[in-house]
Design a protein around this ligand. Structure first.
Ligand code: PGA
Length: 257
């Protein structure tokens, strides 16, 4: 399906970096560096305590504020958890779920991620569902089947009316924070495979509307070539989103495309 049906999305993932007191300086530099025609969606997914300061500093900037995780529960005795309704109340537009660091360090399963996804949809927040294989899985030739099983398990329960609005991020674990980006061909092949799996699950028309991002050492230098691939609709940017000028450059690259 025609790529122009999908608005590019560039999402920053600050992970556990920066302080609320740094938000104002970051956003004023980001605004100065941004060159936007209005054809691209963008957001910064910040740690929970930074979200109010991020919203205040953002003002009317086109770049929105997102979160990095959410509870699968609606409310109640879940110490330390943050609900989707709390995020929606703070004006959060996007929320990353199933990042490999949550899967790896916190034991998150596909089943839990599927529940988180439904909680976000109920609150009107767009989920960015992360999938991706380890280096060992790639070396053993299991990357396609592993990512396919993640997609089927995490996205299998989504009601029909919410499917086209989903965002999936393909992040090969071996490329995250390593400086080793997937080649354009590797990233394109997997994103095309994810779209084919979504086509099998939801039908090709819906799959053609779902945005699929690449993430893993994407930066100001390699973004253009990755974003030019037919099935890559944007990026999930970790390290390079911490620098406002570089993040603005990546958003600009998506906007040009
Ligand atoms: P990176 O992180 O861009 O620093 O590799 C991407 C991510 O983990 O979302």
């Amino acid at each position: 399906m025609d790529k122009t049906l999908r608005r590019p999305l560039i999402a920053g993932n600050w992970k556990m970096n920066k302080l609320a007191s740094e938000a104002l300086g970051y956003w004023s530099q980001l605004r100065q560096a941004l060159r936007l025609t209005g054809g691209t969606d963008s957001a910064i997914c910040a740690p929970f305590p930074l979200i109010p300061a991020m919203q205040a500093a953002r003002g009317d900037c086109a770049v929105l504020v997102g979160a990095q995780d959410v509870s699968c529960h609606q409310a109640g005795a879940y110490t330390g958890e943050v609900s989707a309704a709390m995020l929606a109340d703070l004006g959060v537009a996007y929320c990353i779920i199933g990042h490999s660091e949550r899967r790896g360090y916190h034991g998150e399963t596909n089943e839990l991620i599927s529940e988180k996804l439904l909680a976000l949809l109920e609150a009107g927040i767009t989920p960015i569902v992360c999938v991706g294989e380890s280096l060992a899985q790639r070396d053993e030739g299991q990357a396609l089947s592993f990512v396919e099983s993640q997609v089927r398990s995490c996205l299998g329960a989504v009601p029909q009316e919410a499917r086209a609005g989903l965002v999936v991020a393909y992040e090969p674990i071996w490329a995250i924070g390593t400086g080793r980006t997937a080649t354009e061909a590797q990233a394109q092949d997997m994103c095309a495979h994810i779209r084919a799996v979504l086509g099998d699950m939801y039908g090709p028309e819906t799959a053609g509307r779902i945005r699929i991002l690449y993430g893993g050492s994407m930066n100001g230098k390699n973004a253009r070539a990755l974003l030019a691939q037919p099935d890559i609709d944007g990026g999930l940017i970790g390290g390079a989103s911490l620098k406002s000028a570089e993040f603005a450059d990546i958003i600009g690259a998506a906007d040009e495309g």
